[in-house]
Structure formats: structure tokens, C-alpha cells
Design a protein around this ligand. Structure first.
Ligand SMILES: C[S@@+](CC[C@H](N)C(=O)[O-])C[C@H]1O[C@@H](n2cnc3c(N)ncnc32)[C@H](O)[C@@H]1O
Length: 303
């Protein structure tokens, strides 16, 4: 949704824009093109490989690009440290990149058999294998239920723990097999692999993605100047719910209890929501990039 991102960010000539999730650098490049010849892009990614890749693909833009390997939860502190107080636009294109999913050794995908890693930042301590091998069965079921919205969470957690009594579960292939066998055959959907929800849950837990998103949204608000725009693309309902709630709360002129006849809070809205209805990818884009099928774009303007 490159065109929509550029439109909602309102990139014209000049300005300072933050891409919190550089990934392959596609949106970053589009922002640089739209804000040329003077616009500056500050690009974040917590994955060192993404930063290295971005420094190659965006190298031609020279001093117009600043790359920061950090969690976007820290966006405000990182910008502050560099003496950047206010920016004109902030983009978050959440989740994993196609690099993560297509590189077997990163352990994000059940399409390949590889070590069960799933860390976006490989300096992080806990891999998915360590997580599932250390959590108790109830904790594991709770992670799978909460972050994967998986109805068979307890069956899957028990099956993993049973398998671990034989030997530790260390690979994507072994885990995917255990999950498939734990879900009754009649519930194996045609469209998605039975391990999809559990893999999503573990990835979210390993990278503490929802905490980062909440902190990142707060941080983005601190960094945006008045009239600055924020665009967030999410890929599952847990993320989208957080973004929607944050936007709604920031845009609301009142936070009094509903049963109060008069407003007493004197709250001042800090955002104007620009996307009345969530924006989704066009059929042509989904055909080109099937991952865009679940993308939801929301945008807002700082007041
Ligand atoms: C969907 S991809 C972004 C794709 C990018 N917009 C493009 O045009 O190629 C998400 C990227 O954000 C990074 N990421 C996810 N959560 C992050 C966080 N909390 N802090 C920094 N980077 C994060 C991932 O490592 C990944 O590279």
C-alpha cells in the first residue's frame, strides 16, 4: 500500500519522516522519492540484517537517510538523543518482513525445516525453541490462545510438552508436525496451515510485539509535530485492535464514564483520525503480494 502510505503521510518536498519498520526499504524509498530533493528519512529496524540491506538499497540517497538499529518502542528516546525533536510523519508497517519468512534459518516459517528461532533482533536472549521448552503447559497454552487466538491452544501445549519428554522440540518442522497432529483433522482448514496461529503466537511472544506497538504509538505521538501524520499497517486483529483503540482514545474529546451526564474530564483530543474506515489492499495488490490480503491501514494527524 505504497501509494496510500505516501498520500496519508502527506509527503511533499522536504520534511523529516520516520519509517519505524524499514524491512526491505520499499516504503522508505517511496518516502525519499516523494519528499525529494530535501526530505530526510530516519529508518528504524530492530533486525541488523534489515539495516544492512537498507544501507545498500538506500545508499544512493546519501545524507538524506539516517539508519537506526533499535526497537521502535524507543523511537522518542532515539530521536531525542540525536537532537531531533519533531518530525512530519511516522510510518509503522508491522510484523515480519518477507525476508524473515523466506529465509529458512530465521525459523519464522513452517515452510522450511530450520532451527526454531523467530527473533527479529538476533541479539535478543530467547528463541522460540527456548520459550516453548521453558514455559509450563498452562503458560504455553495461554501464549498460544492470547497471541494466536487458537481454539486448540491447550491441546497443542499438552502435545508439545508430551513431545518434549522424549526430546526437546528444536525445529520448525518438528513443531509444525506436533501442532498438526494435535488439531483434529476436521479442523484443518483449506486456506491456512494448522500451525499458522501457533507460529504467529510464538513470534509475537518472542519479540514482545504488542508491548513494542503500544510503546511505539505513545513514542510516535511525542515525536510528531502539530499537523504531522502517523500511518500504521497491521496484519492481524490483535495489532489492529491496539491501533484502533489508541487512535480512538487520542481523538476522543472526553474520557468520562458513560453514565455521567456532564463531561468533567476536560480532555483535549490530540489526534484526528483520517481513516474513517480501515483501508485494505486492492485486489491487484493482493494478487501481486498475497501477504497484503490481511493488511489494514489506519492513519491519523497530530493536532
Ligand atoms: C513488514 S516489514 C516492513 C516492510 C517495509 N515497510 C518495506 O517496505 O519493505 C516489518 C519490519 O519491521 C521490523 N520490526 C518489527 N517490529 C519492530 C520493532 N518493534 N522495532 C523495530 N523494528 C521492528 C521487522 O524486523 C521487519 O523488518
Amino acid at each position: 500500500m505504497c501509494r496510500e502510505v505516501i498520500e496519508f503521510l502527506g509527503c511533499g518536498g522536504g520534511g523529516v519522516y520516520v519509517d519505524c519498520t524499514l524491512g526491505g526499504g520499499g516504503h522508505g524509498r517511496a518516502i525519499l522519492e516523494a519528499s525529494g530533493p530535501e526530505g530526510v528519512l530516519i529508518g528504524f529496524d530492530r533486525d541488523g540484517a534489515a539495516i544492512r540491506h537498507a544501507s545498500e538499497v538506500l545508499g544512493a540517497y546519501g545524507e538524506r537517510v539516517v539508519l537506526i538499529r533499535a526497537d521502535f518502542a524507543e523511537v522518542s528516546g532515539e530521536l531525542h538523543e540525536r537532537g531531533i525533536e519533531k518530525v512530519d510523519g511516522i510510518l509503522m508497517d508491522l510484523g515480519v518482513s518477507s525476508f524473515h519468512l523466506d529465509e529458512a534459518e530465521r525459523g519464522f516459517s513452517f515452510r522450511f525445516n530450520a532451527p526454531l528461532d523467530m527473533r527479529m533482533d538476533r541479539r535478543g536472549d530467547v528463541t522460540a525453541a527456548e520459550l516453548i521448552n521453558t514455559l509450563e503447559v498452562k503458560e504455553l497454552a495461554s501464549v498460544i490462545k492470547r497471541y494466536g487466538e487458537e481454539r486448540f491452544a491447550m491441546r497443542i501445549a499438552r502435545a508439545i510438552k508430551r513431545a518434549q519428554k522424549e526430546k526437546p522440540v528444536l525445529t520448525t518442522g518438528a513443531l509444525a508436525e506436533i501442532i498438526s497432529a494435535a488439531i483434529p483433522q476436521c479442523f484443518h482448514g483449506e486456506k491456512i496451515h494448522p500451525a499458522t496461529r501457533t507460529f504467529q503466537a510464538l513470534r509475537i511472544a518472542v519479540n514482545d510485539e504488542l508491548t513494542a506497538l503500544k510503546k511505539g504509538l505513545e513514542g510516535a505521538m511525542e515525536c510528531l509535530g502539530s499537523g504531522g501524520r502517523m500511518v500504521v499497517i497491521s496484519y492481524h486483529s490483535l495489532e489492529d485492535r491496539i491501533v484502533k483503540k489508541f487512535f480512538r482514545k487520542s481523538a476522543s474529546p472526553c474520557e468520562c464514564p458513560r453514565d455521567l451526564a456532564l463531561c468533567l474530564c476536560a480532555k483535549v483530543p490530540t489526534l484526528k483520525v483520517l481513516t474513517g474506515r480501515v483501508i485494505t489492499a486492492s485486489a491487484a495488490e493482493v494478487e501481486d503480494n498475497p501477504r497484503a490480503r490481511s493488511a489494514k491501514l489506519r492513519a491519523a494527524e497530530k493536532l
